[in-house]
Every structure is written in C-alpha cells, then in structure tokens.
Design a protein around this ligand. Structure first.
Ligand SMILES: Cc1cc2nc3c(=O)[nH]c(=O)nc-3n(C[C@H](O)[C@H](O)[C@H](O)COP(=O)(O)OP(=O)(O)OC[C@H]3O[C@@H](n4cnc5c(N)ncnc54)[C@H](O)[C@@H]3O)c2cc1C
Length: 443
C-alpha cells in the first residue's frame, strides 16, 4: 500500500501520488486526476490524509528554509519542512519550536492543516496560533498570502482546515530561544481521576509541559489512574554545568525499528491489560524527578521507527476527544467507564487539560478549555467501531469534539455536531480538494 495513514486503517484504493518539487509547478488542480489532496508525512492516523481514487500531492520535497531572523526567532519556511529538520537545524543555534505534537516527523503544512497541539497547550495554544502568515495556492490559480490582517477569514479556515482550502506553500512563525536541550521533569503516580484533575490545576501555572499516561483498563476505585508528567526547560545553571559545545544537541535518531507487521493477536485485551498494569507498576516511587534530553520527554514514540507495524496488518484506530471543562469530570469518567466495561483496551492512552484560548479555525479540534483523552485501539473489527460510536455519542452529549486527524469512522451527523462552525468553513473550501475523510463525513 503506497502512502497509508499512520493507523493503516482504512486502506485507500486507487490512490495516485504526485510529488511537488517547486511551489510554482503545482499541477492543474482542475484537470485530470482530481480530486487532489495535499500530503505531508502521513502522520495522521485515519483517512484525513488519504485520497482514494484521487491524487495526493506529496509536498515533502518543498523543504527549503526561506528566511530566519536570529533577533526575533521569526522563521519562514516551505510547508514540506519537517519539525525534525527544524530541530536539527535550530536547536544547535539555541532555538526550539513554539509548540510540538508528540512526534517530530510531521511537516509544517500538516501541523497547520490539523492545527496540532502539544504538551504546552494550556500555556501556548496550538501550532496554528503561532503562525503569522502563510501562502496558499488555490485551484483557480490564485496565490494568496494570508494572515490575521490580510484575508483573515481564509487564514483562519486554513488553520485546522484539513488541507481543503488550498495548498500551503510556505508559512512564517517564531521559534523560541532555549539555553539547552535539557528538560527538568517529574513523573507522579496518580491513583484515580480526581488526582489527575487536582495535579493538573496545581501544575498549570509553573509547568509549561504537561501530559498524563492513563491506564484505561483500570476500573472502580482505580479508574483514571496513571502517571502524570510535567516538565520545563532546565535552568540556565544546569545548562552551564555542561561543556559549552554539548548544551544544544538535537535528539538521537530512532535506534530501533519494527521491520515487519507483527502478528495481530499479540495485542489482545488480555496482553493490553497486563501491559497497562506493568507500565503503571514500573514506577515504584510516588514521584520521580529527572533532568535529561528533551527527546524522550517530547517524543517517546519516535524512539522506535515504524512502531505502528506493532499493531499488525489490520492496523489500529486512534480516538481522541476534547470534553469541555464544565463537563470534564463526569464526561471523562463516563468515557473511561465505557472503555473499561468494553474489555477492549488501549496500550497507549494520554490525557491532558487544555487552555481556554479561542479556537484558531472553524474546524480546529482545540475548541477551548477542557480535557483531551486519546486512546489507540487495535483494529479487531466491529466491536471497536461500535465502541468508538458509543464514545462519540457521549462526547456529543457533553458538547465536545472528536479529532479529525485521528479519525477513520465518525458519522456525518457526529461531524456536524462536533463542528458547529462548519458553514463558516465551507465558504472557503476549495472545490478541487477532497479527502477520504471529507467524502465520508460530507457525502
Ligand atoms: C506518534 C504521533 C504522535 C502525535 N501526537 C500528536 C499531538 O500530540 N498533538 C496533535 O495535535 N497531533 C498529534 N499527532 C498527529 C499529527 O501531529 C498530525 O496528524 C499532523 O497533522 C501530521 O502531519 P503530517 O505532515 O504527517 O501531515 P499528513 O498526515 O500527511 O496530512 C495531514 C493534513 O494536512 C494536510 N496538509 C499537509 N500538507 C499540507 C500543505 N502543504 N498544505 C495544505 N494542507 C496540507 C493534509 O491534506 C491533511 O489534511 C501525532 C501523530 C503521531 C503519529
């Protein structure tokens, strides 16, 4: 399968791929081969980066750095540049990303089109919130530079716009100065959901980076138990203890890889339950303090190349929701109870509180203060799809959202309920662009 999505479900039939090397050499988007869809590094899990019976425009060759001001940190780069490249080029020069998702193998264009968030959402907002300007090429041939001042409605629709408002050719956003690659972190064992909420509220002011791993197989009194992680860049004093030429190192390349699809039966409800128990138990102390490289802290999964093959040939689904703050305690509790009762587990589940910023775009997933929970379910069949539908219904009931970047199966009715500003987006959608996701939710 060429150009699958990260979850490798669903499979896109008859998908053509055209690489784009120069932004002024885009194919005629109204011509043969349509509909078209821009594509980054394919780290979206479901079908928002797939285009069955259409053409993917592979934009990863658009990978040039165009301008950088070391005084302000303002960077302009082409949209196919990966965050990994930015880290390798700029960390040794004392700059880091203003925000980053849990993998660095995504492109700038992909990060804007899904308006991705990171561990610092409660303080910094989304990736789209950092973007000052971008250039968009539309299927009518127009080339539009947009920002919050120029074409502001088109700019906002493009942030979180799922690649459907035009091709982003370049973007401008600031990098932030850092003294070193060091991160001071604490991992704190939480016994239940209440402890997660209490710690989140107590940590948000002083810790810019927060995320929790949750054991979603636990029930009863242990419901919502996990490991609460908080971090911040290490102090200048810590940095000064390192030799000057060793303070700003990029992360190590992935050392391990999964070279082939593992048999699907390895990840079953029984092994997943035990994996969760052992992972929770592996931290013996209530609180572990450490200072180390930011790589394992921000990007633990990047240590193993192609880890998605571990889910076997049928792939997996990720389901991620945002529950608004007013409903967060009962809402998240209900979701965890539903998952625990299903007996289907998720080996990797993360939860965090999100900031109260106004959403950047009408289709941005981050829609204000709330709690987000993400879970990975091996694709074992209808039981998983039924569970996700039940979880969607719970999120609809509390006025929350499910993340399109992770979705492979939400219904058209759910999509409309999750994104009440859809009509605002539709005014800017480019008619020549579409995706598997779009045709499913807007049949
Ligand atoms: C291990 C892992 C951890 C992750 N952690 C997080 C996280 O913490 N937070 C989070 O928000 N997400 C997270 N994600 C999801 C990931 O950040 C997003 O799916 C991201 O958008 C992927 O970028 P990409 O370059 O791979 O784009 P793709 O997946 O290839 O495409 C994503 C979307 O961007 C559009 N697009 C790509 N390039 C352009 C362009 N030049 N112009 C216009 N549209 C374009 C595509 O059409 C598509 O709609 C994670 C994914 C993985 C695999």
């Amino acid at each position: 399968m060429r150009h699958p999505s990260w979850g490798r479900y669903p499979i896109a039939e008859d998908q053509r791929v055209t690489p784009v090397f120069w932004s002024h050499q885009l194919p005629d988007l109204t011509g043969e081969g349509g509909p078209f869809l821009p594509r980054g590094l394919g780290r979206s899990y479901g079908d928002s980066c797939l285009n069955p019976r259409g053409t993917l425009l592979d934009l990863t060759p658009l990978d040039r750095l165009l301008d950088f001001d070391p005084l302000t940190g303002l960077l302009r780069c082409e949209a196919g540049v990966s965050l990994d490249t930015l880290i390798r080029v700029f960390v040794p020069r004392g700059f880091f990303l203003p925000t980053t998702p849990g993998t660095r193998f995504v492109t700038v264009g992909g990060a804007i089109a899904n308006d991705v968030h990171g561990k610092n959402h409660h303080q910094a907002g989304t990736f789209g919130a950092q973007v000052r300007r971008l250039e968009l090429v539309r299927s009518d041939g127009s080339r539009i530079v947009c920002s919050r001042e120029q074409h502001p409605d088109l700019f906002r629709a493009t942030i979180g716009g799922l690649g459907l408002t035009g091709i982003i050719t370049w973007a401008e956003f600031p990098l932030v100065p850092i003294d070193s690659h060091g991160i001071e972190s604490e991992s704190i064992k939480t016994r239940d959901l209440e402890e997660f909420f209490d710690l989140s509220e107590a940590s948000e002011a002083d810790w810019p980076f927060i995320v929790s791993w949750v054991d979603v197989t636990a029930s009863g009194r242990g419901l919502g138990r996990g490991l609460f992680n908080r971090g911040r860049f290490a102090s200048r004093e810590w940095a000064e203890r390192l030799p000057a030429d060793r303070r700003l190192q990029p992360p190590k390349e992935p050392g391990l890889s999964v070279p082939f699809d593992l048999p699907g039966f390895l990840l079953n409800p029984f092994t997943i339950r035990w994996f969760n128990r052992l992972y929770y138990a592996k931290q013996l102390r209530d609180r572990v303090h450490a200072v180390g490289h930011f790589g394992p802290f921000f990007y633990p999964l990047d240590a193993i190349r192609d880890w998605n093959r571990g889910y076997g040939r049928r792939g997996f689904l990720q389901w991620q929701c945002l529950v608004p703050w007013a409903q967060a305690r009962p809402g998240i509790r209900g979701i965890l109870e539903e998952v625990a009762a299903s007996g289907l587990g998720s080996p990797v589940s993360v939860m965090k509180t999100c900031g109260s910023m106004t959403p950047e775009g009408p289709l941005s997933f981050m829609q204000g203060r709330g709690v987000t929970l993400a879970m990975d379910f091996p694709m074992s069949g209808q039981d998983v799809l039924d569970l996700c539908n039940r979880l969607d219904a719970r999120v609809r009931d509390v006025g929350g959202t499910v993340y399109p970047a992770k979705d492979a199966r939400m219904s058209p009715a759910s999509f409309r309920a999750f994104f009440p500003r859809l009509e605002e987006f539709l005014r800017h959608k480019d008619p020549a662009l579409s995706s598997g996701f779009w045709r499913r939710v807007m049949p």
